[in-house]
Design a protein around this ligand. Structure first.
Ligand SMILES: [Zn+2]
Length: 246
């Protein structure tokens, strides 16, 4: 009896913890950006270095290529993220301005539109109408921005922060293969680069899957395959180049 009760209490506590822990979705934005950035850093720096290693018999060009790829990749990743998040923010601001205008010019139609949205989500017509009226009375713009435009805090990223996070993630990822070009033996450089890059990618993929609550084995298979393709192809190009240049 006593045992049962304490086991029940433990179960409830775990369930409560589950309810209280932040949903995976709230971790998703920064996680996705960080993992994508680091993945790109590892994969593009390693692929560039592998291509040059396959075509070269000395270490300097490999180090130089890895470093150039790392710097160029980090800056272009940051610039790309800044531009895409800024334009997303611009679009959202323009939508919000238009919404403000519509609310001022045709408040009745806007309430109907909101009620329709709630009805589609499963509320009865009268309930939907009532909810729309009460939310409009409370904060009309907030209700429309959230429920009609679908803009919420989670989707609103800061362009500078996003650019910095992506550039930093790329750099952290790219430094790993760069260190391989500095310290691993030249003779088997391509294989070391491939092996270490795949190892780092698998660790990252497993971590991301675990944090995001998705299947770890699936993530490992996916990243291993899609990691091998670019590194394999750049090695091939390097070998072909070496043969023709030799
Ligand atoms: Zn509206």
């Amino acid at each position: 009896m006593q045992l049962d009760r304490s086991r029940k209490m433990k179960e409830n506590k775990n369930q409560e913890d589950d309810y209280l822990s932040p949903h995976f979705i709230t971790r998703s934005n920064w996680l996705r950006a960080a993992v994508l950035g680091a993945n790109d850093g590892i994969l593009s720096t390693a692929s560039i270095a592998i291509g040059v290693a396959a075509a070269s018999n000395s270490r300097e060009p490999i180090i130089l290529a890895a470093l150039a790829g790392l710097v160029a990749g980090a800056l272009s990743m940051a610039a790309g993220e800044y531009v895409s998040v800024s334009s997303q923010t611009d679009v959202e601001h323009a939508d919000i301005e238009r919404e403000k205008k519509e609310l001022a010019e045709m408040p009745d139609i806007e309430i109907e539109r909101l009620a329709e949205i709630y009805e589609k989500r499963g509320l009865k017509k009268e309930t939907a109408q009532k909810v729309a009226e009460e939310l409009t009375a409370h904060d009309a713009l907030g209700a429309h921005v959230r429920d009609e435009l679908g803009i919420n805090e989670i989707s609103q990223a800061n362009p500078i922060q996003a650019a910095f996070a992506s550039g930093a993630a790329f750099t952290i990822g790219g430094i790993l293969p760069f260190l391989v070009t500095l310290f691993l033996p030249l003779k088997s450089m391509e294989y070391s680069l491939y092996g270490f890059a795949l190892f780092f990618l698998i660790i990252l993929g497993a971590l991301a899957a675990k944090t995001g609550g998705s299947s770890v084995p699936k993530a490992i298979i996916r990243i291993s395959f899609w990691g091998t393709v670019p590194m394999g192809l750049t090695a091939l190009v390097g070998y072909l180049f070496n043969v023709t240049a030799g």
